[in-house]
Design a binder for this molecule. Sequence first.
Ligand code: NCD
Length: 418
Amino acid sequence: MAVNVAVHDACCVFAGPVVTEARTRQVMLRRGDFVLSPCLWHDARFQIVAFRCYLITSLLAIGVPTVQSASHPALPDLPNESPLPHILSIDSLSGTEIDAIFDAADRLQPFARGQRVSNVLNGAVLVNLFLEASTRTRISFGAAFNRLGGHVRDTTGFQFSSLAKGETLADTARVVSFYADVIVLRHPTEGEVATFSQSSLVPVINAGDGSGEHPTQSLLDLYSIRMQRRQRGGEVAGSTVAFIGDLHFGRTVHSLIRLLMRFESMHFVLCSPDFLGLPSQLLARVKARGHRVTVVDAIPEALAMADIIYITRVQRERFSDRGEFTLPPASFRTTRSMIDQHCLPHAVIFHPLPRDGRPEANDLDPAISDSIDSRVAIFRQADNGIATRMALFLHVFGVGIEAVESTATVPLWKSWKV
Ligand code: NCD
């Protein structure tokens, strides 16, 4: 029997149908049933549980219940030093952890493709909080979590969040972390994901903080670079990597270069419009690690030297409040003829995407794809976003890849992916 229950005077309303099972004398609340109560503002998660328990016992016994104050556990205090496995920078992960994530990602490929299914994260909730534009990062985080059997709640756009009403980041973090087991946050301002994490009761993953970092993009970038290099009989260590584009605001560049500088004897070739060069502190860090750095003005010069080419778009959205920046000329664009004439035969071209396809854009020409040049790996790179993010979730939740494999089944439905 499904009934709509409203208990007005008791300040408690079910906004969805409540299903009662007369034989067992239980009320079954379904995911999505919604309870409103003034007390929710103070202690959301535990109060919801308390009201649900109360209604389960009282509804059947006396019809319209009288709400009594329910006792509930005290909320946990925020720890001084967070023991949670937040992923705020790529530096949050050690080399050993990254190796384990990549090994797991290799084994997760059939799961990322829907050829095997697993429910190891059944019952877990991911909240995707994207306060800036995103397509692939938000969707691939969600799809990766779904592929492990977890549930995803999304919110997008600063203007649709309560931050636009003046709520502090700390309050948002505290409340959202009641609703989730892990939070993925993209924020327009550098450092704000770290600020948010200080008030969260669950792990927070940085999906891009302004022009700061984008650690999970660099994970999938390195995973893809390693895979492509190995297919060509090469390794990452000792290679020449050309970074072309906006090295100043590009957070994917900042995280990837942090990761690549952990390898031995790298040669970094930096090519950008002159006011969009790598931030000086990061450049100093690369040099202090003993790597070779060459700065060039012309894209063909960078292409001609590199084993690995990483192109990024100019981050126009970061220019608005900085009068000193103007868009570079459209001539700063990587064209097909440049690639044909200058790239080494074994070179591989990467791009975090999106690439800017507007006629005046300073980016990789949108006509270039893997179907016309097998050195272009940009879509295979994006595809790796699912397996690497699945592996990262296993790391964050402390679940071994063996648990995924031992509980796996073959889907009943047809997977379209190859
Ligand atoms: C990048 C980002 O958001 O930093 N995109 C992505 O997440 N794949 C790169 C960009 O927007 O240029």
